[in-house]
Design a protein around this ligand. Sequence first.
Ligand SMILES: N[C@@H](CCC(=O)N[C@@H](CS)C(=O)NCC(=O)O)C(=O)O
Length: 210
Amino acid sequence: MYVLYGSPGTASMAVHLALLELDVPYEWRTVDLEARAHKSAEYLRLNPNGQVPTLIVDGQPYYECAALLLLLGERHPQAGLAPAPGAPQRATYLQWVVHLANTLQPAFRQWFYPQDFAAVEHEGEAKDFARARIEAVWQRLDAHLAAHGPYLLGERFSLLDLYATMLMRWSRNMPRPATAWPALAALAQRVKARPSWQRLYQIEALTEWA
Ligand SMILES: N[C@@H](CCC(=O)N[C@@H](CS)C(=O)NCC(=O)O)C(=O)O
């Protein structure tokens, strides 16, 4: 039994979708970010970064969305949602998971939390830089999907597509959202059509970008 600490629509979303796709028993515990529950002493004992998600695995807390996705893929190989170590698509899978975690997700942190990256008078500039970095990744992913899609691993749906779609969702209110790129929009449509997406919206009571 897993326990996922998260908050609706945040970086816990891909892990939550993965648990639903894998159809494994888990408990969802909402962390109220507005009430700053993620900075409470109790939560910091689980995740000293004071961020969501945190996943309890065999009684131990682990964090970092991308690492949790890789871990879940490995722990449930029978689901076929991640190429196994040594399988032909493994390297491509690792490459994109790490690229999203290293490049796109930090750019989103800069977009949403510019105050952590720049003095108040330069926050606008920090957001402009973040936006340019985000759009450059959309351009690259869209080109990859146009050439090798419809999923990031070609014909094969994987946990990577959940991760990419969660990040695409975050761009919905940006001047140029990810869905402005046609191959990315098509990927989002496919992922949103999955039962896991519908279920997650019910559990997390999400409405936007349904
Ligand atoms: N690198 C972390 C980042 C997680 C993250 O940025 N979580 C955000 C929500 S999307 C959060 O907890 N924000 C509250 C805060 O940083 O105070 C991961 O991938 O798990």
